[in-house]
Design a protein around this ligand. Structure first.
Ligand code: AMP
Length: 521
């Protein structure tokens, strides 16, 4: 067993070898920051005076797990967070009256200027956790020293997909408008993504921009071409950090880091936080506070998880029956594009108001599908994981997994689209012989953790994790250190295998000289 623990340790270390996230300039000069940045923000006195026991009690009640030094206290209402009036009013107008768990703890941490690792997924209310403090910082900086034409942002949010970037940008705008209308200085946001004419983006930069929401490719381009700089930037959020890494954006992000000229507040949000990303984060963050409402989250989710054995050829017909379980809106996920197209066509034939997105569709089709589904004009959205990552669809009643994703993280992401904000949702997952045993075991463990019914096919699986408790105790790592799956250890990780074969394929492609398309740029 010692051998296994040692072997795992080596695998984990090997993974984090090149994951240092620091600007070259700082590395070269040996600069390391040891103290968090200061902001002018402080919690109200009655919150500061709260005893440690009371703080812990609130965290327990809200299922918030924290880790770190000198953790700022949780705050149970927006007013005590001292947001300007127009922001408080806008929150109320949006029906946001009570903070969600990630907001209760995440907002005080970030408003205090601390670096943070947020473990939360779409639907937890995480966007506001990094957007609102950034608006406060931009406001504070603008009031001290107004931005001049051509000057770069005070804060930067990096997202793994154009859709997610656009959605986040819209949230930023929603709060900036009422501020401007109420006499606060104008704060200019910029959406910096591919697929949009760079000239229109440059026009905004020319005026001077306060907040940038970007995808890594276009951002890197603009910085490299010196169209924009990060000289004033003191706030960085990496949203969906796990996706950013999975989609191969690490090197782009490292290049973006090279443009920082001074210490920044760094925030990293991720739905799952495998050890490799934690290591990656540690090099970039200063005394970070970890706020976790996510992974333990799979168990906390208000989602009834139903797993059904459906033969491959029976799936599409059974799908129609499944759609009857709840009223719309319903999200259907599949692993590959061809299935998305087939299902979409079939549903249209059956008279279902359905739209579809996958990576093979052009930007316009994707935007139409998302906006009509969001607006409630369409009842069903059929999607691949990649195309729908991080998108926020309110009030999804039912998530149907037409297939079980090979990686359990994707399953957690998918089902997290329903059961939001205290409402109960349903997730139905089709499984059959096409799934690997590792995947099914991960699913079984997850269902157990979330106290869900285990279908007989899963219950019957023999579990090779007999020694698991012993290994967990000896290594301190529960489940797989790479992907977080509980049904296997890192040496059997399907995701790691997949990444390795992708890396080999990519190096081959490089060797033969044809550049490959790499994710969303
Ligand atoms: P997010 O996890 O940031 O993608 O947010 C998911 C959805 O929850 C968005 O539509 C938000 O407007 C909404 N939301 C965020 N915070 C709250 C809150 N405290 N109460 C109710 N809804 C919220």
């Amino acid at each position: 067993m010692e051998q296994i623990v040692q072997q795992e340790k080596e695998m984990i270390e090997h993974l984090s070898d090149r994951k240092t996230l620091m600007p070259v300039r700082e590395l070269a000069k040996g600069i390391t920051y040891t103290e968090p940045l200061m902001t002018g923000w402080k919690p109200p006195l009655h919150v500061r005076r709260m005893s440690r026991k009371d703080r812990d009690l609130i965290r327990k009640q809200w299922h918030i797990i924290v880790d770190g030094e000198d953790i700022p206290p949780p705050i149970k209402n927006f007013k005590d967070m001292k947001f300007p009036d127009p922001i408080l009013k806008k929150l109320k107008a949006k029906g946001i009256v009570q903070p969600t768990p990630i907001q209760v703890q995440g907002l005080p941490v970030i408003l205090s200027g601390r670096d943070m690792i947020g473990i939360a997924f779409t639907g937890s209310g995480k966007t506001l956790v990094f957007v609102l403090p950034l608006i406060m910082i931009a406001l504070q900086e603008e009031m001290m020293m107004p931005i001049l034409p051509g000057e770069g942002p005070f804060g930067l949010i990096v997202c793994p997909s154009r859709e997610l970037a656009r959605q986040t940008y819209e949230v930023v705008e929603q709060f900036l408008v009422p501020m401007r209308e109420n006499g606060y200085p104008e704060l200019r946001p910029l959406l910096c993504i591919g697929g949009v004419d760079m000239r229109s983006q440059l026009d905004v930069v020319k005026k001077g921009v306060h907040i940038v929401v970007a995808t890594p490719g276009r951002l890197k381009d603009m910085l490299a071409k010196k169209k924009m700089n990060l000289d004033n930037c003191r706030y960085l959020t990496l949203d969906e950090a796990d996706r950013l890494v999975d989609l191969g954006f690490e090197d782009d992000i490292r290049e973006v880091f090279d443009h920082f000229k001074a210490q920044r507040q760094t925030l990293l949000f991720s739905a799952t936080m495998p050890t490799k990303i934690q290591n990656f984060a540690r090099s970039a963050l200063v005394k970070p506070v970890t706020v976790n409402v996510g992974r333990a989250g799979a168990a906390n989710l208000d989602v009834i998880q139903e797993v059904e054995y459906v033969k491959q050829e029976a799936k599409i017909v059974y799908l129609l029956e499944c759609l009857q379980k709840t009223p719309p809106p319903v999200l259907i996920f599949c692993e590959n594009k061809a299935d998305v197209d087939d299902i979409h066509e079939y549903l249209l034939l059956k008279g279902v108001e359905a739209v579809a997105i996958h990576g093979g569709k052009d930007q316009e089709e994707r935007e139409y599908a998302i906006s009509s589904f969001k607006a409630g004009k369409k009842d069903v959205l059929v999607a691949t994981d990649v195309a729908s990552k991080g998108l926020d669809f309110p009030d999804i009643q039912h998530v149907i997994n037409y297939d079980m994703p090979a990686e359990i993280e994707n399953y957690v992401h998918r089902i997290g689209r329903t059961g939001r904000c205290g409402k109960t949702g349903i997730a139905t997952t089709f499984i059959n012989k096409n799934q690997s045993e590792t995947t099914l075991l991960d699913l079984k463990h997850l269902l157990q953790e979330a106290k869900q019914r285990i279908p007989p096919v899963l219950a019957e699986l023999s579990d090779p994790m007999e020694d698991v408790d012993a290994i967990t105790n000896a290594s301190g790592v529960k489940g797989c250190a790479y992907c977080g799956g509980l049904g296997h250890r890192i040496r059997d990780c399907p995701k790691l295998e997949h990444q390795k074969s992708m890396a080999i394929a990519n190096s081959r492609r490089d060797y033969f000289g044809s550049g490959g398309y790499r994710g969303e740029i």
